[in-house]
Design a protein. Structure first.
Length: 228
């Protein structure tokens, strides 16, 4: 009886979802998965939606700010991996356009982590130990990064064995941006920011992305970039 009900729900709601073009809604709000074993199939449909409508919107996307530089993605990208309604199967998408993005806050954290000079880090990115006022604010704004060209989101898998040979492995499927895509990165001056400060912040961000990567599973080769 329960299986019959679940099939009916999937049939009715699935036909309704076929007309939903927003990838962010499909991934974060409108997921139908009555059977846990169908996680891969559901993600395949969502990835297809992201690739179709996200790439379509990317062609028409007109950024308000000119990008500062671009880097090539050399490993698959996982950003906001723990978000979404599926456990460990999230992906950061532009809310309105549906293509993958890297939030500016994450980029700022990567650049700060690459800085080995505490005084320079506080000057460029803000002093975390003082009160929030103009004197402690950072000098550089980090905008979200986005694909500079056609991208592909694929279903990736990690099979956890549970640490025991007697237990069956449990595959965990999740969406990831395929390697090879070029991304645009944009940095902008804030008040009292010099050209030297902006250049220093840009070099720190490039170093952090190329040396350490960004997002989840960087130790396994995900999320690292190379200068074009």
């Amino acid at each position: 009886m329960i299986k019959t009900f679940n099939r009916d729900v999937e049939t009715v709601c699935g036909s309704a979802l076929s007309g939903v073009e927003s990838p962010s809604l499909r991934l974060n709000k409108l997921l139908i998965m009555p059977d846990k074993s169908d996680k891969s199939g559901q993600l395949e449909k969502i990835c297809g939606c992201i690739n179709t409508h996200g790439n379509k919107c990317l062609k028409e996307f007109k950024p308000l700010q000119t990008p500062s530089f671009s880097l090539k993605l050399m490993g698959r990208l996982l950003v906001n991996h723990s978000g979404g309604v599926l456990e460990n199967a999230g992906l950061e998408l532009h809310r309105n356009f549906g293509f993958p993005i890297i939030p500016g806050s994450a980029l700022k954290g990567i650049a700060r982590a690459a800085c080995r000079n505490p005084e320079q880090a506080n000057r460029l990115f803000g002093d975390e130990d003082t009160k929030k006022d103009d004197s402690s604010a950072g000098k550089v704004a980090f905008l979200f990064a986005y694909p500079a060209e056609k991208f592909e989101v694929v279903v990736d898998v990690l099979t956890a064995h549970g640490g025991k040979d007697t237990q069956n492995p449990i595959p965990n499927f999740f969406p990831a941006v395929e390697r090879g895509c070029k991304f645009y990165f944009t940095l902008r001056k804030l008040p009292n920011c010099s050209d030297a400060d902006l250049a220093a912040a840009q070099q720190l961000l490039i170093k952090g992305l190329c040396d350490n990567g960004i997002g989840a599973k960087t130790a396994a080769g995900y999320g690292w970039f190379k200068e074009v």
